[in-house]
Design a protein around this ligand. Structure first.
Ligand SMILES: [Zn+2]
Ligand SMILES: [Zn+2]
Length: 831
């Protein structure tokens, strides 16, 4: 009978779609897919009239929708689920906690390459060759592949070309055969990494010809040396097959062997040059077997962490800079992997460097996946799938790697846990990866290790309250000492006229001494560009952005004024538009100006700058680092990019600019930030036996924050911050929710924010509603901004209820006619 036949059951799926609508969507499952369909698979569906999108199957059920006819799923993309049920649970948690839609969470979690849509672009797989392939292709598939060899095509182009409306089954089949790859935008086009290699030309690859050759080469010792080296490295005489893979050109280029000599041999058809595609995460065979030796201090800390894990889900490792936290991490990672669980090692964006990846690669080989936003989307898909197939058991990654498809995590390390870049600001979900890590750990029954030299006030508080374990490491590794910190008193130097340009006499003196000792210097200034603004000397006029309420930053190398908020750019005016004076000068200074001045003071020194402007490309960043590491560069000037995750053995001096500005930023976290940044950058000085030096330029040498840094008194510093926070009802004593109201009309923005504040005050009597107020930057990209801050006392009100009320107030305001186009952004736990 039909009804008893399982394949004839009418099934429906609730789909999660990547659209900002706060609900799931019901689709019918075609009978033919009844046997394949699973929760967590990706399904292709039509959304709206024309659009085709990828959704995730959230539930499967038999309840026929009552008031509409469900459309059918077009295709299921996966044989096995791409997303597991724990992730679906996590997505739900994130959407509820951070007050956003499931679709927004899905967008943040899934790499674009997993979200095939009508906007997707298709290209031929770089390693695929239609002629050489032994696979079977249908007529349409071959037709498409031939066409794709001429270039990429969009979904709709293919559909038209093949005369088929829905082409996903064809794309799915080709993708499974590794004949094509899909990506979201044309700019993402995937380029494989290649390596130049050298082998013997087929003409000479026999012992007899070789012998002959050596006789003729005796007169050319350079060429002879190359050939000898090749035979030494590649045993072609015993194993002629070995010549096929040859040797990397880099490995051959060594000592006295020059590139031009190799090229000559290639030209003479003695050697042959060829290229191979290398796996993006390097070869797996280079395993470091050496045991990591821990110092006594590290041993103790490690034992304490393991003991702490027995009682706490999370433990804070508070270890001063240079105390060797990484070695402890490595040991704990090994242990977790040995007990057959997965490991996630989170690092802030700018701290995830080649240095740390290479080190871990040597130890963990092919089981290590790297998830980085500087990687292309295809590389991210590769990591995602690698976790699903079990290839990657250990992933090092930035914030979004918290959403990867782990099914058995044992350990999550959140290094530099205090770092603000763990918080996503734009777009939603505005999540904090450290805090989400706690939830993920609960789902997996995993442990979390938070590491920092300068823990955040919140984390330290939880550790002190015994909610987290606390382990300290307060000696530097080996013989290294904490650096000596000196304050350059700028007001006094100004009186004594010892300042040159922006540099104090003290700092210049120390730079000179360090360079004389052949040591390296880092100059830290957290402001890029040449100078933060220009101003008319006669009337005080300052050029401002036309779209934002900020002054424009002067960039000398572009000779332009640039807005750092919206990218707006204009030429430097010759005359002041208000008083026509020609005396327009720069005020203040950024990394670019410091670099210029250093070039004048130290003309024979190689100076490089590392900031957003010099590192836009992936290689820019790596090559600046490499040149500093191998000593080609003597002074590195940079923004906070230079503060994290880098260990340089011969840096003995760090100069810190503008400490005053960091401390006077109007935010309740500004002292904490200043303390963290200055301590972190100071930690770059003096890693080995030699004690480093730090010179901080300030006009407030008596400032309490500087004094805490000087004496390395974290504990007292923390206590003062905690007292302040208690007095003013800030976290950890309250939870904050910020609502930003945006509109192009200032009046509408103000009225809406006032109205919203009133609604909230009426609805939420147990919490403090602050504002509305104008934020420091009150207009960005032509949108006026107003903010409302809610302070929710811990334990006094139900957070779920509060959020529900906020959502209701926001929704009811958007229904009012005058405020229809007002945008309201809710940020839970703003940072
Ligand atoms: Zn003027
Ligand atoms: Zn702007």
């Amino acid at each position: 009978m039909f009804e008893n036949d399982a394949t004839r059951k009418t099934l429906f799926a609730e789909l999660l779609l990547p659209v900002p609508v706060p609900r799931l969507f019901t689709y019918r499952i075609p009978f033919s897919l009844n046997d394949h369909v699973r929760v967590g698979q990706r399904a292709i569906v039509q959304f709206g009239d024309r659009k085709v999108v990828t959704g995730l199957i959230f539930h499967i059920h038999e309840n026929v929708p009552k008031d509409f006819e469900a459309k059918s799923i077009l295709e299921i993309l996966d044989d096995f689920p791409s997303v597991n049920e724990m992730q679906l649970k996590l997505f739900q948690w994130v959407a509820e906690y951070y007050m956003c839609t499931l679709g927004e969470v899905m967008n943040a979690a899934l790499p674009a390459g997993l979200k095939l849509s009508s906007e997707s672009v298709v290209q031929i797989h770089p390693t695929f060759d239609l002629v050489e392939s032994t696979l079977d292709f249908s007529e349409k598939e071959s037709m498409l592949l031939k066409r794709l060899e001429q270039g990429t095509m969009t979904y709709s182009e293919i559909s038209k070309f093949l005369g088929v409306k829905f082409i996903f089954s064809i794309l799915k089949s080709l993708s499974a055969k590794e004949a094509i790859i899909l990506f979201e935008e044309v700019k993402e086009k995937f380029k494989p990494k290649t390596e130049k290699r050298i082998r013997l030309h087929t003409k000479v690859n026999t012992p007899k010809v070789l012998e002959e050759l050596f006789r003729t080469l005796a007169a050319k010792p350079k060429h002879e040396a190359i050939l000898l080296k090749y035979l030494q490295e590649v045993p072609v005489l015993h194993d002629p097959e070995a010549n096929r893979t040859g040797i990397s050109k880099k490995a051959l280029l060594d000592g006295d062997i020059s590139e031009s000599a190799i090229n000559t041999l290639v030209k003479n058809e003695i050697l042959e040059a060829f290229e191979i595609i290398v796996p993006r995460f390097g070869f797996a065979d280079a395993r470091e077997t050496a045991v990591i030796l821990l110092s006594e201090e590290q041993e103790r800390a490690q034992r304490e962490i393991i003991r702490s894990f027995e009682q706490h889900t999370a433990t804070l490792l508070h270890g001063i800079t240079g105390s060797g936290k990484t070695e402890i991490y490595i040991n704990l990672i090994k242990k977790a992997l040995e007990s057959d669980t997965q490991v996630l090692y989170l690092l802030p964006e700018i701290a995830l460097t080649t240095q740390i990846v290479q080190r871990l690669k040597k130890i963990f080989g092919a089981s290590l996946g790297v998830y980085h936003s500087r990687f292309s989307d295809n590389e991210r898909v590769e990591v995602w799938n690698g976790i699903l197939t079990g290839k990657f058991k250990f992933v090092i990654g930035v914030r979004s790697s918290i959403f990867l498809p782990f099914d058995n995590l044992g350990l999550i390390i959140v290094d530099e846990e205090h770092d603000a870049s763990y918080k996503q600001q734009e777009p939603a979900p505005r999540y904090h990866a450290r805090d989400v890590a706690m939830i993920v750990a609960q789902f997996h029954h995993a442990k979390v290790l938070l590491g920092s030299a300068t823990p955040s006030v919140e984390t330290y508080f939880h550790a002190k309250q015994n909610r987290y374990g606390l382990v300290k490491l307060d000696k530097r590794y080996g013989e290294a000492h904490l650096p000596e910190i000196l304050l350059a008193d700028m007001s006094r130097e100004r009186k004594m006229k010892t300042i040159k340009g922006e540099f104090s006499g003290l700092l210049l003196q120390r730079i000179k001494e360090a360079l004389n000792r052949k040591e390296q210097v880092i100059i830290f200034q957290n402001r890029r560009g040449y100078s933060p603004m220009m101003s008319c000397e006669d009337c005080g006029w300052v050029p401002k952005c036309v779209n934002c309420a900020v002054s424009l930053t002067y960039h000398q190398f572009r000779h332009a004024l640039v807005c750092h908020y919206c990218g707006y750019r204009e030429n430097v005016p010759h005359h002041c538009p208000t008083c026509t004076s020609a005396r327009i000068k720069t005020v203040g200074y950024g990394t670019e100006k410091l670099e210029e001045e250093l070039n004048v003071f130290f003309p024979d020194t190689r100076i490089q700058r590392m900031d957003l402007d010099t590192t836009r490309s992936k290689t820019g960043y790596d090559s600046i680092l490499a040149q500093f590491e191998n000593g080609e560069t003597h002074i590195l000037v940079g923004t906070q990019m230079v503060t994290k995750g880098l260990d340089f053995d011969s840096v003995s001096l760090v100069g810190v600019f503008n400490a005053d500005r960091m401390m006077h930023f109007p935010d309740f976290r500004s002292y904490e930030r200043a303390y963290q940044l200055i301590t972190q950058v100071s930690g770059r000085a003096g890693r080995r036996a030699r004690q480093g030096q730090v010179v901080i330029q300030t006009s407030n040498p008596d400032h309490p924050v500087l004094n805490f840094i000087l004496k390395n008194e974290f504990e007292t510093f923390y206590q003062t911050q905690l007292d302040d926070r208690h007095r003013h009802d800030y976290p950890p004593f309250t939870r904050l929710i910020e609502i930003v109201v945006k509109h192009t009309d200032k009046r509408v923005c103000q009225d809406a924010s006032r109205r919203l504040a009133t609604l909230l005050r009426d609805a939420l009597t147990m919490i403090k509603v602050m504002g509305p107020g104008e934020p420091m930057i009150s207009k960005i990209r032509n949108q006026f901004l107003m903010t409302i801050l809610l302070k929710i006392f811990r334990g006094k009100s139900d957070l779920v209820q509060v959020k529900h009320q906020i959502q209701e107030s926001v929704d009811s305001l958007s229904k009012e006619k005058t405020f229809r186009n007002v945008r309201m952004i809710v940020d839970v736990d703003p940072v």
